[in-house]
Structures are given as C-alpha cells and as structure tokens.
Design a protein around this ligand. Structure first.
Ligand SMILES: [Zn+2]
Length: 150
C-alpha cells in the first residue's frame, strides 16, 4: 500500500456531519477527493476547516489533467511534500504534526517511518544501477537526494 493510502482526514466524523454526507476516512480515496476537496459542500464547513481544505485543493489538486483529481497528481505531489519535510530535518512525528496543522490530515508515525525507509532504499537501488551503468551524474545526484533524507 502506498503511503497516500494511509493518510487520513482528521475529525473525519465531524466533517462528515458538517457536510451532511459521508465520505471515506482516507484523504486520497476517490470519493474523499470528490466530496470533501472538490465538492460543493465547502460553505458548510467551519472557517478553520474550510481554509485547510482549500489549501489542500490548491497545493495538490491544481493540475489540468482530464482525469483530475483521479490522475495520480495529488498523490505524487503529496509524496513530494512529505519528502520535502524530511529534507528539512523532520522526523515522522513532526511530519505528522505539520500535515495536521497544514491540511487537517494525519498518519501513523510508523507508516511515515516505513515510507521514508522505503524512499531511501529506492534511491539506493537507483544509485547502484546508475553506478553499474556508468551514469556518474545520475548516481551523484541520487546520492545527494538520499543523503538529504537521512
Ligand atoms: Zn493530474
């Protein structure tokens, strides 16, 4: 399962009752993207929630794809956001706190930790392949990226 399948909407019950409809708890479930982040219910949300919902839509759902928001862009952008927080030196707990502050989302720190470990391992594999192929620039660039995540 991708990390984006393990990102949840905080105060999910409360939001569902404000919107007077139900939607899944997973932030990146198709129906959540449609109902919460792209829906017409925004006016029913309290101010603090609405701001964060709008921020999420602006930051992760601003692509022009025909299939948007079911095109994979929101997930890709969110993964980039998580890696950026890591590069700023944050650990899993701090990353979860920040996503809650920014977008009213949460995840289990253990899941974030596994995601970060997997990312480092993926970069390691890319680095090894690039080395084998004599792609020195790619290897060096990948090494730098990986070191920023450690
Ligand atoms: Zn897209």
């Amino acid at each position: 399962m991708a990390i984006t399948d393990k990102i949840y909407v905080k105060n999910h019950q409360q939001l569902a009752s404000q919107l007077e409809t139900s939607f899944p708890k997973g932030a990146f479930s198709g129906a959540t993207l449609d109902i919460l982040f792209q829906g017409e219910g925004l006016a029913k949300l309290d101010d603090a929630t609405r701001d964060r919902v709008l921020d999420f839509a602006e930051d992760f759902m601003d692509c022009e794809c025909q299939a948007a928001p079911h095109c994979g862009c929101p997930e890709r952008k969110f993964v980039a956001y998580l890696l950026e927080l890591r590069e700023q030196g944050m650990g899993p707990d701090a990353i979860v706190d920040v996503m809650t502050d920014d977008y009213m989302l949460y995840a289990y720190p253990g899941d974030v930790l596994s995601f970060l470990d997997d990312s480092v391992r993926t970069l390691e594999a890319v680095e090894t392949l690039a080395d084998v192929d004599g792609e020195e620039e790619v290897a060096a660039e990948t090494r730098k990226r990986r070191q920023r995540l450690l």
